[in-house]
Design a protein around this ligand. Structure first.
Ligand SMILES: [Zn+2]
Length: 264
């Protein structure tokens, strides 16, 4: 039975309950046509939101969505899964390190031109995942994708136990804003969200003052609750005294994305 959000890896994506008591868990990919008009209940304990099934009986595209008449979700994590349509993308073309390079290292090309996504999107057929948001949504849905273990890519509330003491390497980290660090053009964030029991702090550095102020102004509007995803090459922080366990540097606007959440 589902215990509470943020503990362990029980929080499978695209999950809801059939019953009000939250005992009969159901994954959207296992639904049938008979489930299409039924009412389901949000995966989060204590959340009153009622859900409806979209694309029922279509295992690649099915998901749950809050009914317009339902109470709001109690947590921004309730709707963090977003929606990823697996059928729109060619799984075999997914290459995380190629996307990472195309987002972060574009300006490093010798002639100064913005490089294209050709390496990522090569070949015919359907398109490949190419943006930060697409990777995030894919990772919220699939535990394995084109031989990538998505647990190694996305750091969020579902693998908090694994990453709460350190985040190292090329990863996407889900967080919310906390505050500007005094005397620096850097920003402290809450991992994996706020409020969150025993949540951690991480730090964003910026390669230019312009980038810092761009995001500082955007962070101000998030009310500390909006989920933010950050693509970075993470390293151990030397500011553990300040409660910061990892940090990275932002070189490009495309490294940060704000997730619009369906919560209060
Ligand atoms: Zn909810």
């Amino acid at each position: 039975m589902y215990s509470r959000i943020g503990k362990g890896c029980e929080d499978m994506p695209y999950v809801a309950f059939r019953d009000n008591m939250k005992e009969q868990k159901i994954e959207s990919k296992n639904t049938t046509i008979a489930d299409v008009k039924r009412v389901f209940y949000c995966k989060t304990s204590d959340c009153q939101a009622r859900m409806t099934l979209v694309n029922g009986a279509d295992s690649a595209r099915a998901f749950f969505r809050r009914m317009p008449s339902s109470p709001r979700h109690i947590s921004n994590l309730c709707s963090a899964d977003g929606y990823f349509d697996t059928t729109e993308y060619e799984e075999e073309k997914f290459d995380f390190s190629a996307i990472f390079s195309s987002i972060i290292k574009t300006s490093n090309s010798p002639n100064g031109k913005i490089s294209t996504n050709r390496a990522v999107n090569g070949g015919g057929g359907k398109k490949a995942i190419s943006t930060l948001l697409q990777i995030y949504l894919m990772c919220r849905k699939h535990s394995c994708y084109n031989n990538h273990c998505t647990d190694d890519i996305l750091v969020d509330e579902r693998n908090f136990e694994r990453y709460k003491d350190g985040i190292v390497g090329q990863k996407i980290v889900q967080c919310t804003t906390y505050h500007k660090i005094k005397g620096e053009h850097s920003h402290k964030m809450n991992y994996p969200s706020f409020p969150y029991e025993d949540g951690k702090h991480i730090k964003l550095n910026f390669s230019s003052d312009e980038l810092f102020w761009h995001f500082y102004n955007k962070f101000k509007d998030t009310n500390h609750k909006e989920l933010i995803i950050v693509l970075g090459d993470w390293r151990e922080s030397n500011e553990e005294d300040n409660g910061i366990m990892a940090e990275c540097t932002i070189y490009k606007k495309r490294q940060i994305h704000f997730i619009k959440s369906d919560s209060t």
